[in-house]
Structure formats: structure tokens, C-alpha cells
Design a protein around this ligand. Structure first.
Ligand SMILES: [Zn+2]
Length: 637
């Protein structure tokens, strides 16, 4: 409506000039098409008053004026109406506006489309008093077209159209200048001016469908809400009922690790009554012990945050929360608590317990959750480590004892096992082995004895000192016999080896001797006892030891070297004998030469020159003697 008022202000009848007049034949004449003054012969299309054509040059814009001097004001609007209707006489194409429509039971928007129109009547009147501006046919259907300039169709009119079931489009020309040309008006009314459906059965059907869908959806929502509320109420009732009828806890339920808590001073911090304890299948002492031991000491949540909800999930998995109280939502819990004041969901009970622990200094804030205060955490951790070490020692001992027993024949082992061995008495302490190991008593000694038994059974090491209460007497006897047998075998082996070495040394000496000696020399050398070999023959010395072999070899090599020297001296002596013999035969007559050579001579040490001449100096002495002989018996040559 704001638009319309604005349009009336701009194009209002009192301001617009009248550019068309109505000819006597009922057609419209533009101011440019008529004679000046009353001669124009036109009347006002609105009030039928006579018009004067004002076309003089001194007038700014040519226009029609009422001859009576007072404008009725309706002229320009009526002209617009008439020209708009006139545009349809030529059966033009017209743009129909878009509209909602049903397409396979879905509401869609049917886009605007241009359609051929067939002009039927300017005015239409029926018994139901519908008077449309225009009545045309389009796409084979009847269609009303309303031209709105200042007056728009009201609800009463739309209701009439609906009753008549003829589609109607309203074209809004309120913004069109009143003095527009015929062409501009035709273009506006057929295509460009705003338009909308006043009525179309398809719109009503789509609208009805949309309303039906909406109602259905609304009904669905309401139903869901009602269901949710009913479920909620039922859940609240169930919770309250389950809580009120939960069996009370019995003292039979013992917390398995309560003793552990007591040793680290936390025993007084479990068994705390908080709202919601009835949600648990076990007494407060039990689930609270689980929280302290499993969550805060064992860190079973890993790197998870230690706060109420994850802890509650852990307890739920561990089966200590009664099933009706699994995953209770906050809203249900709140409503249940208003009905049953003692009720709280498990996570709130856990939260209340954590708060109690924090208040008592057992827990401290840690990151987003809580952690055990170090004055409890550290000694507890140390205690657990020591306990684990003792357990490891005991397990290792049991395993080893089981192994030892498995090595024994069945009749020796009897019914003993590693576990039953733990319950036998450790003689030194008078306790069972289990108690002794747990008390950390003589653990290294017991472990050492067990290891020695293992060594014995694996056939190594000395015989064990103690039997740690195991039936190993026969095994020790077997091991003793075996060790004696091994010692005998070793001795025989060593003798065999010694024999082999003796033979080897004997052979090595023979090989060396055979390279240097032969014939009787060889046998004589090898089998003659010698003082420089401690009265043994070389063969005996070599057989005796490696040192004896070396000594015999040295004797052999000395002998060889001495013989070489002797041979060399013999050769030299022979060379000088030959020289002196040749000299004598050359210098003396043959009979004197022999005499000279073989005659003993005092000057030559009571020996003959032949025997005397052994080397250079004795040769020279013999030669000097030969010169004397030559002077006496020599013959001139
Ligand atoms: Zn008028």
C-alpha cells in the first residue's frame, strides 16, 4: 500500500496533464492529433465534460483542459485504463506471472511465461457480479486481466473470482506516468509492469498442499515431542523406581585391594557415603577402592583425563554400576532427583566422591582432571615396585623349579610342582619358601642354589651345595658318576694324545736325521746314548718332549757341522799333500822324492813331509825342507 500511495503522489490526477481526449466515436485522440481549442471535439474520458485543446506556443506542454475551467482530476487515470485495455485488441502476447504449483505432489514454483492471448470482451458481466477489466483466452482457458492504477483488487473481489474459478492476473500500472505514450502503456501492461495472480486454481491447490504439509509436519513434531516427553517421564519413573527398590549392599562384598590402601594410609578414605550410592552394585568401599587403585594408582585410563565421567565409564565397564543407571542423561537425572532426593546419577556420585577426596587432600588438580597427591602416590608407587620385584622373583623361582622337576624321572619327582614347592619348609628360616621369598629372606642364596641345580642338570659346573628341598639326590649321584666317567675319558684321551705326540716327535727327528746321515751313521747317531742328552739316545730324547726333540736336533746339527769342518780340513790337507808331492817329484829324482816325502824328520815334528803339509804354513816349512833336499840331491836340469 505504501507503493500505491507513493504512486498517487507522483502521478496523481491533480498534477498530471491530460494528453488524450475521447472522440465522439469513442476512440482516444492524442493532443497532437486534434485541432486547437473547442474545435478538438473531445470530451473528458472521466467526467464527459467538454475539453479544450491547449496547443498554443506560449503553453509549455500541449494538453487538454476542461472547458468548464475546473479539472475533474480523473482524466489521466481513465486514459491509462482505456489505453491498457486497447493494447489487448490486437491479440498480443502477454507475460503471465510466476506462481506456486503442484508437481507430482510437491509444491514448486512455475515460472512466468509469455502466452498468446485472444481478446474476448472489454467488459464481462455475469450473474455473480464479477466485472473484470479484461476478459481474454490464453492457452485455451478463460483469463481475467485486472489493470490497477490507483484501485487494487480487494479480498471481496478475489473471493468472487475464486467462487467463479476463472484465473485472474492483476497488472500494476501505478508507477507508470499518466501521460505515457500508447506504446509505453502497451509494453507495460503486456510485459514490463509488475503483475501477480489474483486467483489461480493451481495456486489454491499448491497452497492447500503446503498447508497440509505444514500441518502434517507440525503434527509430527508435536508427536515426537510428546513421545520424547513420555520417554523422559518413563525413564525418570524407572530410575526412581529402580533406585528405591535397589537391594542394599551387604558386608560380604569385600574390596579386593583394601589392604593395599590401608598400607599406604588411604584406608579411611573409602566407604564414603554420597548421594547416588544406590546406583552401584557394590558398597561404596568397593567402588571407591577401585577408583583409588585402578584409576589413580594403576592409571587404567592411560592418558585419559581423571574426572567424573571417564571414571564412571570405567566403573560401568567393570560392571559395578547397576544397569538401570547406565548412561543417565543430565535432564533425566535432575527430574529423578526432584522426585527422589537421595538419587544422583553415578557420575554425580563419583564427582561427589572426588570432591570429598580433594577436600581431604588425597587428590589434587592435575591438568583438566585430578591426580593422587604425591605424599600418597610416591610411597604407594615404591611399595608396588617392591611388590612387583618380589612377585617376579617368586615367579622366576617357581618357573625354574618346574623346569628342574621336569628334568627328573617321574618316580623321583613324585607329585611335587613349582607351586607345591613354595609351600615346603626352608630349613634355615623355618618358613615356607613362599614366605621366605616374600619376606626377602636369603633370596640370593636360594636363587644361587636353584641356579647351581640347573647347571648340574645341564651338565656343567660343580655339584650343587644345597638341594633347596628338591628331590635331586639321585640326580646328584648320576652327575657324580658321569663326572668320574668324563674324567677317565679325559685321561685316556690325554694319554692317547701324548702317545701321538711322542710318535710325531720321533718321526720328525728321523726325517731330519735322514736328510743328513745315511747307512750305519744314521743308526749309530739315533741309538747311541749321549751325556749331552742326559744319558738318553737322540730318539729317546725326542720322544720325551718337545725340548728333548730340539736338543736332539741341535746335537744332530752340531755333528753335521763338525763333519763338514773335518771334510773341509781333509780336502785342504790333501791339496797341500798333492802340492808337496808334485813339488818333490819336480825337484828331486824319483827315488829321492819318495824318500823325502815319506821320511820322518825331526824338524817336522817327527813326521813325514807328506803328512806334515796340512796348510799354508806347514806347507811352507815342508817346502823349505824340500829346498835343503834339492840342494843336496837335486840334479841340474
Ligand atoms: Zn473530467
Amino acid at each position: 500500500m505504501e507503493d500505491h500511495r507513493e504512486a498517487r503522489k507522483t502521478y496523481g490526477s491533480d498534477r498530471a496533464q491530460l494528453a488524450y481526449g475521447l472522440r465522439p466515436d469513442g476512440t482516444l485522440a492524442h493532443i497532437t492529433e486534434v485541432q486547437r481549442g473547442l474545435a478538438c471535439g473531445c470530451i473528458c474520458p472521466a467526467c464527459d465534460g467538454k475539453l479544450v485543446a491547449r496547443t498554443k506556443d506560449d503553453h509549455q506542454v500541449p494538453h487538454f483542459a476542461h472547458n468548464s475551467g475546473e479539472a475533474c482530476g480523473g482524466g489521466p487515470e481513465t486514459v491509462l485504463h482505456l489505453l491498457a485495455k486497447e493494447a489487448f485488441r490486437a491479440n498480443p502476447k502477454m507475460l503471465l506471472p510466476e506462481r506456486p504449483a503442484l508437481d507430482e505432489r510437491k509444491v514448486v514454483t512455475k515460472p512466468g511465461q509469455e502466452v498468446e492471448t485472444e481478446f474476448l470482451r472489454l467488459e464481462y458481466t455475469d450473474p455473480k457480479k464479477i466485472i473484470p477489466d479484461l476478459y481474454v483466452r490464453a492457452l485455451g482457458y478463460d483469463l481475467f486481466v485486472e489493470i490497477a492504477v490507483t484501485h487494487f483488487s480487494d479480498e471481496a473481489k478475489i473471493q468472487l473470482l475464486r467462487e467463479h474459478r476463472i484465473p485472474a492476473v492483476e497488472v500494476d500500472l501505478s508507477r507508470l506516468p499518466r501521460d505515457s505514450t500508447r506504446e509505453a502503456i502497451a509494453d507495460a501492461v503486456l510485459r514490463t509492469a509488475p503483475r501477480h495472480w489474483l486467483y489461480h486454481p493451481g495456486i489454491d491447490a499448491a497452497e492447500a498442499k503446503r498447508r497440509a504439509d505444514e500441518q502434517k509436519w507440525q503434527a509430527e513434531i508435536e508427536k515426537r515431542q510428546a513421545n520424547a516427553q513420555a520417554r523422559h517421564a518413563r525413564r525418570v519413573n524407572e530410575l526412581v523406581h529402580a533406585y528405591r527398590t535397589a537391594p542394599s549392599h551387604t558386608m560380604m562384598d569385600e574390596a579386593p585391594r583394601l589392604a593395599e590402601l590401608q598400607t599406604v594410609g588411604l584406608g579411611e578414605h573409602v566407604g564414603i557415603t554420597v548421594a547416588g550410592v544406590g546406583c552401584f552394585a557394590v558398597p561404596p568401599a568397593v567402588w571407591q577402592t577401585r577408583i583409588l587403585t585402578e584409576v589413580f594408582h594403576d592409571r587404567c585410563l592411560g592418558n585419559g583425563v581423571c574426572k567424573a565421567v571417564p571414571i564412571t565409564q570405567h566403573l560401568e565397564k567393570a560392571g559395578v554400576i547397576r544397569s538401570p543407571f547406565h548412561r543417565v542423561s543430565g535432564a533425566v537425572a535432575n527430574d529423578a532427583a526432584t522426585v527422589e532426593p537421595n538419587f544422583a546419577p553415578p557420575w554425580k556420585a563419583v564427582d561427589a566422591y572426588l570432591k570429598h577426596l580433594a577436600g581431604a587432600g588425597v587428590l589434587v588438580s592435575h591438568g583438566y582432571g585430578m591426580a593422587l597427591a604425591s605424599k600418597f602416590a610416591e610411597p604407594w608407587k615404591a611399595r608396588t615396585l617392591a611388590e612387583k620385584r618380589r612377585t617376579d622373583v617368586m615367579q622366576a623361582a617357581v618357573q625354574t623349579v618346574d623346569w628342574i622337576l621336569a628334568q627328573l624321572p617321574g618316580d623321583e619327582r613324585g607329585t611335587m610342582t613349582g607351586d607345591s614347592w613354595l609351600n615346603t619348609i626352608h630349613a634355615e628360616s623355618g618358613m615356607t619358601y613362599r614366605a621366605a621369598l616374600q619376606a626377602d629372606l636369603e633370596v640370593p642364596k636360594i636363587a644361587g642354589e636353584i641356579d647351581a641345580i640347573v647347571d648340574m642338570l645341564e651338565k656343567r659346573g660343580p655339584l650343587p651345595q644345597g638341594a633347596v628341598g628338591l628331590p635331586i639326590g639321585a640326580a646328584i649321584e648320576r652327575r657324580k658318576a658321569q663326572m668320574a666317567k668324563q674324567a677317565d675319558e679325559l685321561r685316556a684321551k690325554r694319554m692317547e694324545e701324548a702317545k701321538r705326540l711322542r710318535l710325531s716327535r720321533h718321526d720328525r727327528l728321523c726325517v731330519d736325521a735322514e736328510k743328513e746321515l745315511s747307512g750305519p751313521d744314521l743308526g749309530n747317531f739315533l741309538n747311541t746314548k749321549r751325556d749331552d742328552l742326559s744319558g738318553m739316545t737322540p730318539l729317546e730324547s725326542a720322544q720325551d718332549s718337545e725340548t728333548g726333540l730340539n736338543r736332539a736336533r741341535n746335537v744332530l746339527f752340531d755333528l753335521v757341522r763338525q763333519r763338514a769342518r773335518e771334510a773341509e780340513a781333509d780336502a785342504e790337507r790333501k791339496r797341500y799333500q798333492e802340492k808337496i808331492t808334485a813339488d818333490a817329484k819336480r825337484s828331486l829324482p824319483p827315488e829321492h822324492a819318495d824318500t823325502f816325502l815319506n821320511g820322518r824328520d825331526d824338524d817336522l815334528g817327527r813326521t813325514t813331509p807328506l803328512l806334515f803339509a796340512k796348510d799354508d804354513s806347514t806347507y811352507r816349512k815342508a817346502l823349505k825342507k824340500l829346498s835343503e833336499w834339492q840342494r843336496e840331491f837335486g840334479q841340474p836340469f
